[in-house]
Design a protein around this ligand. Sequence first.
Ligand code: 2AM
Ligand code: CA
Ligand code: CA
Ligand code: CA
Length: 264
Amino acid sequence: MAEKWEEIDRYARQWIDEAGKRIRASFAKQLTVEAKENPNDLVTNVDRAIEQFFAEHIRRQFPSHRLLGEEGFGDRIDALDGVVWVIDPIDGTMNFVHQRRHFAVSIGIFEDGIGQLGYVYDVVFDELYAAQKGRGVFLNGEPLGLLQPAPVTESIIAINGTWLMENKRLDHRPLMRLAKEARGTRSYGSAALELAYVAAGRLDAYISPRLSPWDFAGGMILIEEAGGMVTTLDGKPLDLLGRNSVLAAKPGVHEEILRRYLHD
Ligand code: 2AM
Ligand code: CA
Ligand code: CA
Ligand code: CA
């Protein structure tokens, strides 16, 4: 059993490494940028090529595994039985296009719906956050400690400014109060990186009203392995087959945000 995951872990790392090289090499080439659902929702030829790269390698090496990916090279998945790779080839495409930093490759590998291996790779900083269920979280091979509880008043909360303004997705007033009462707020523009930062204790919480499975799959495994919590904004478990609101945080902060800010 353990050996099986050692093997999958070895291949995942090898492919992530190669994907990182390809993405960095793409900086020297012409980028094709298109809009998807709206003018600010971007995709590039590199997002597609990297997802295709993973799809080909997974299918060749592990024909029984399935892939759920953002850019459409995966399988149509309506149940979580067996081994499923949930992949975002580039999380933070807007950062990739505009800043050429602050984006990540994100992978979560699940068996029968249970997270077994999680990776978030910061391609430009060359930082790999990795977790194997039951073995803790590592940053470039160095173990990261278990997360310790903290109060909101001593917390840095990652939240996009959009959600602090009046918007159509959720009531912004409790979140405004949370932003005021927290020690500070940040927004990096890559859900996967922000979740990895929570796992590493660099951020104390991350909030988003709407993420897809590939945005949170890798980071969720990291955080749970670090002793943190990942739920919807209603405190419910995340559904890997659909869109979710996400509240990810260390212990203490997670409970306090739910109790004092989200449940009236
Ligand atoms: P993406 O870059 O892979 O699309 C900030 O935009 C964060 O929200 C990123 O992690 C981004 O992932 C994610 N996101 C999810 N849905 C999005 C959408 N419709 N438009 C832009 N970003 C989206
Ligand atoms: Ca996208
Ligand atoms: Ca994403
Ligand atoms: Ca993406």
